[in-house]
Design a protein. Structure first.
Length: 279
């Protein structure tokens, strides 16, 4: 695993949040998101066998899914969290890890035949500029596959997250990035224009849905609180964790089945496949 000097310079609050949340996320909400990584890998098949970048890799969900379906892939996991990169390397044996800000990538032009990201690039500070960077990093004919949440009114789990964070009464440093992005509308004029300027072609945009299932409100709350966005508002203040959990339990209560106690929430999302134009 290597580190790019200065990777902590921007988004340091979120980076601290994800460092703290890495273990809980890997065993919690990250498991649920494995379904999205699998669908993305199937859509990308056949995925290039050459060097592949898992951008904002988290615990390596996307690259791990591709390897399970297609076999050996030369992979590089890149994330601004040391802990996430370490988990990604453990999940995908033989892969390399790079700690870097996804908006300031340290790779040379045409370094990869494929780039993949599962719910990672939605947190880019400048998605349009990032598409230009993806175009720079891909070899001609290379693929960029990624996923993004749908519109706010179509993401029930996102609404729980927004309501809890929005009502949190204690001050915290930094900014919690939204779950929505320019990709939340699926195929759009914005996407077509940005791709054209980055020498990318929109090959596929596929609408999908995922149902998050939890045995009870406590399990649901713990899964959500175990993410970087919630760790950011806690800022390491463990004495406030129970308060945050209780507020999150209450937010999930309207999604609880009164007979079984189980919690189910449906989220819409999109899968995208972009291709680098050949010269």
């Amino acid at each position: 695993m290597t580190e790019r000097e200065g990777a902590d310079a921007k988004g340091s609050g979120m980076r601290r949040g994800w460092e703290k949340a890495a273990s809980g996320y890997r065993e919690g909400l990250g498991i649920h998101l494995g379904e999205i990584g699998k669908k993305l890998s199937l859509l990308l098949a056949p995925f290039p066998s050459g060097p592949a970048l898992d951008l904002a890799c988290g615990p390596g969900t996307a690259l791990g899914a591709i390897r399970k379906i297609q076999g050996q892939v030369v992979g590089v996991g890149c994330d601004f969290s040391f802990s996430m990169v370490r988990y990604a390397c453990q999940s995908v044996p033989g892969s390399r890890g790079v700690v870097a800000d996804q908006d300031e990538l340290p790779f040379a032009p045409e370094s990869f035949e494929g780039v993949v990201s599962s719910m990672g690039t939605i947190f880019s500070r400048d998605p349009g500029k990032q598409l230009g960077e993806i175009g720079r990093l891909l070899k001609p004919g290379g693929k960029f596959g990624f996923s993004a949440w749908g519109k706010p009114e179509e993401t029930a789990l996102g609404e729980v997250s927004r309501s809890v964070i929005g009502a949190w009464p204690h001050p915290y440093e930094g900014h919690v990035p939204p779950l929505e992005s320019p990709y939340s509308s699926g195929r759009s004029v914005w996407l077509e224009e940005r791709c054209a300027s980055a020498s990318l072609v929109v090959k596929e945009v596929v609408p999908e849905r995922i149902v998050f299932r939890f045995p009870d409100v406590d399990a649901a709350a713990r899964a959500l609180v175990g993410t970087g966005r919630f760790s950011l508002i806690l800022e390491g203040k463990e004495n406030r964790e129970e308060e945050l959990l209780e507020r999150t339990r209450q937010a999930f209560s309207s999604h609880r089945d009164p007979l079984t106690g189980r919690v189910e929430l449906e989220n819409s999302y999109y899968l995208f496949v972009l291709v680098k134009q050949a010269y």
